[in-house]
Design a protein around this ligand. Structure first.
Ligand SMILES: [Zn+2]
Length: 468
């Protein structure tokens, strides 16, 4: 494994235990170029690099379908760019991310795509794709949908039911977008929340001089998310458009989805690692709580139980991060007013290890479910399967070699994300990503990143038909 900085033509991984969403077995993997060539017992092919994976687990590369790198927001940018963000992702076993392009109201989707591609292309180390956030659905935007799906390989369209005047679309636009997207084989995704109600509560708290981070939480009660989730799934049911709810956090919202399943509607649900592990008791008057100022906010313990159960019930399909880091200096923009704290929290590097440690090790989910929600379902739901999201002959050789017994501590002093605090400072996790391959290249090994910026490719995605 020495001298791995040069082009690797073939790799043989020996003696590992391969885990996919539906299998668990011991075999060798032979990789030629970017793809998996052979899987079998005692493979004797000659390879340029041989890796002994005895006592290790072998997972498909993780896919995080909800990240915000180098994102312009509240007059600043999220602090991880495509280079630092995808590098940190690789260190944590995530080989592909899907970021969000934000259309500017009054401007075209194509302009937004050019702007985002300009920041990502040539900088990403890991593979990436984009969702298109439609913030202004009008006659011109409508004409651009087909081109995004057919030519650009961008098949999912994000909507915001909050942030009026910047990102929010109204229900009339939502219905129009759903009809158009359905027609072209795409999917509409949503930040489901009642934006008007939140705006009212924020204004009320500010008027009452209630300005600490606690009021960020109190301005977004569970009902705001539950009501909007129900409205969104109703509109998706009416139009027949494939639908996906991003960062679902609570029992009320998940019950709206359950009701949809009762009428045989299929809705995909994503939650994020923080909503499974952290809760609202972290919000206080102390400004330190700004670390967890994100939208939706952290919820109650009962909601965590709902989400873990939802994963096992198959109603929560994906665990992502909504990675959107800001330096502490940036967070301090809201020192005197919670509504000015940039929303977001860093997790791109921690997701896979936290979910293994807190999910598999504690017995909450099986190791196959772990792969399903963090690798396979993101690939299937977003049109990258079987190229990504599994370990199979012909798939991209995106592979994580994982030591399930190694204990280590999460900390801002050792993480690779470009942010000066950790939401999980001092957490001890069991299980560590040791080696990562991305399209056949040794990407992470011995705590070092061995590939450079520009290696990451834009992944064009297939049509999303609302089935997995
Ligand atoms: Zn987000």
């Amino acid at each position: 494994m020495r001298g791995a900085r040069v082009e690797v033509m073939s790799v043989l991984i020996k003696n590992g235990r391969i885990i996919t969403a539906d299998a668990d077995y011991n075999a060798d993997i032979f990789i030629e170029g970017e793809r998996i060539h052979t899987i079998g017992k005692n493979i004797s092919h000659k390879a340029d690099t041989v890796i002994d994976a005895s006592n290790k687990l072998i997972f498909p590369g993780g896919i995080d379908p909800h990240v915000h790198l180098d994102m312009p927001f509240m007059g600043t940018f999220s602090s991880d760019n495509y280079e630092t963000g995808t590098r940190a992702a690789l260190f944590g076993g995530t080989t592909t991310v899907i970021d969000f392009i934000l259309q500017k109201q009054g401007h075209s989707l194509q302009e937004a795509l050019a702007e985002w591609s300009g920041r990502a292309s040539g900088n990403a180390i890991g593979d990436y794709s984009f969702h298109m956030a439609v913030t202004d659905f009008n006659q011109n935007t409508k004409k651009e949908i087909i081109n995004m799906v057919e030519k650009e390989g961008i098949t999912s369209f994000k909507t915001f039911m909050a942030y009026k005047g910047a990102l929010m679309i109204d229900d009339r636009q939502m219905i129009g977008l759903m009809e158009e997207v359905k027609q072209h084989g795409g999917m509409v995704t949503v930040h489901a929340t009642n934006g008007d109600m939140i705006d009212y509560l924020i204004a009320k708290h500010r008027d009452e001089r209630k300005l600490s981070p606690l009021y960020h939480y109190l301005s977004q009660p569970e009902v705001t998310e539950a009501e909007a989730s129900e409205r969104f799934v109703d509109m998706a049911n009416y139009t027949g458009c494939p639908a996906y709810i991003v960062h679902l956090t609570c029992e009320g919202a998940l019950n709206a989805v359950r009701n949809a399943t009762k009428r045989n509607q299929n809705v995909f649900v994503e939650t994020c690692i923080q909503y499974l592990l952290l809760d609202a008791s972290l919000y206080e008057h102390n400004f330190d709580s700004a670390k967890w100022v994100m939208s939706p906010p952290l919820r109650q313990k009962k909601d965590q139980e709902t989400l873990w159960a939802g994963i096992n019930q198959g109603i929560v399909n994906i665990v992502a991060t909504d990675h959107c880091p800001f330096m502490w200096e940036q967070k301090k923009m809201g020192k005197k007013d919670f509504s000015k704290i940039p929303n977001g929290h860093p997790a791109i590097e921690n997701r896979m290890e936290l979910l293994y440690s807190e999910g598999v090790n504690t017995g909450r989910i099986s190791v196959n479910k772990y792969v399903e929600v963090s690798c396979t379902n993101p690939a299937k739901i977003f049109g990258m399967f079987p190229r990504k999201g599994t370990i199979a002959i012909g798939s991209d050789a995106d592979i994580v070699i994982f030591d399930p017994t190694e204990k280590h501590e999460l900390s801002a002093t050792t993480h690779h994300m470009n942010v000066d605090y950790s939401g999980y400072e001092g957490w001890e996790v069991t299980g560590k990503v040791k080696t990562v391959l991305l399209r056949g290249q040794l990407a992470i090994d011995r705590n070092e990143c061995l590939i450079n910026k520009g290696y990451g490719q834009f992944i064009k995605r297939k049509k999303v038909l609302g089935r997995i």
